[in-house]
Design a binder for this molecule. Structure first.
Ligand SMILES: Nc1ncnc2c1ncn2[C@@H]1O[C@H](COP(=O)(O)OP(=O)(O)OP(=O)(O)O)[C@@H](O)[C@H]1O
Ligand SMILES: [Mg+2]
Length: 260
């Protein structure tokens, strides 16, 4: 579906998405009236307080859950067969405990029919870039939280979808590894021209990486504001010290704090 976009229509449109969870305790309204337009090749971040429905939204986009209200379109046409066509790194790393790092990394490719041998060869080439060299044959219980996240990220990247959703992919990393991963992801995205949607609690991370930042409020989750990051590319982490950047960061933090 994402390969057949015509007339520069958004690769992804969320049209007034709402979600109500049913539980034994009753109903939880997780999202209300969430609309977004994502252009092909854009890098968009979503920030918002804990519990405002960010993961719920990504689960819906990936096709794992259905919205209670609203529609999702690609190129202006309803997009129903999303499951398996969108790269998704969920908030929990969801590594399979009985598979090695290498075999976890190739899972999506294996499911899509790529031979195990060629998938493994491709994955092995990327282990260094993901800080996993020497751990290819280890199992998830032998890894740190950050390493597990990097395996999950590698698995998502190897699945090679045009649209990729990342739910707090760097949350468990130390500051240095995290900024290395930012540089790395920027380089990757700038050379690939994939469309990326990143959920994060880190406003600086969102601004350094993104073209636009959707600021959500809660509960239920709604779009408070959309902030354009009009800073030149290629970007570097040095931009975080610039006055324009600091102004933008303050603006987003104020939006997050505001109650309306
Ligand atoms: N499967 C589910 N069944 C019932 N309620 C759910 C389910 N998943 C999420 N919720 C509820 O929906 C709301 C939004 O949760 P969600 O995990 O999407 O928030 P979030 O913005 O991702 O939070 P965080 O920043 O902490 O990850 C919460 O009130 C949560 O309890
Ligand atoms: Mg979440």
């Amino acid at each position: 579906m994402t390969n057949t976009i015509r007339n520069n229509l958004p690769v992804l449109t969320l049209n007034r998405i709402g979600k109500v969870w049913q539980s034994r305790e009753g109903q939880v309204e997780a999202l209300t009236d969430v609309s977004m337009d994502i252009q092909e090749g854009e890098f968009v971040s979503i920030v918002g307080p804990s519990g405002c429905g960010k993961s719920t939204l990504l689960n819906i986009l990936a096709g794992l859950d259905a919205p209670s209200k609203g529609t999702i379109l690609s190129g202006g046409t309803p997009w129903r067969d999303r499951l398996g066509h969108i790269g998704y790194m969920p908030q929990k790393d969801l590594l399979l405990p009985w598979r090695s790092v290498l075999d976890n990394a190739i899972l999506a490719e294996e499911i899509s029919g790529v031979s195990k041998e060629s998938a493994r060869n491709e994955a092995l080439k990327m282990m260094g870039e993901f800080g996993l060299s020497g751990f290819e044959h280890n199992y998830p219980y032998q890894l740190s939280g950050g390493m597990k996240q990097r395996v999950a990220l590698l698995r998502t990247v190897l699945a090679d979808n045009e649209l990729i959703l990342l739910d707090e992919p760097f949350a468990a990393l130390d500051a240095l590894t995290r900024s290395n991963m930012h540089e790395w992801l920027l380089g990757l995205w700038e050379s690939w021209h994939k469309t990326l949607i990143l959920v994060t609690h880190d406003v600086e991370e969102a601004l350094i990486l993104s073209d636009r930042v959707y600021v959500l409020g809660g509960r239920p989750g709604f779009v408070k504001s959309v902030v354009s990051v009009d800073m030149s590319r290629p970007r570097s982490l040095a931009m975080a010290d610039q006055a324009d950047f600091l102004r933008l960061k303050k603006h987003v933090i104020n939006l997050l704090k505001s109650t309306s």
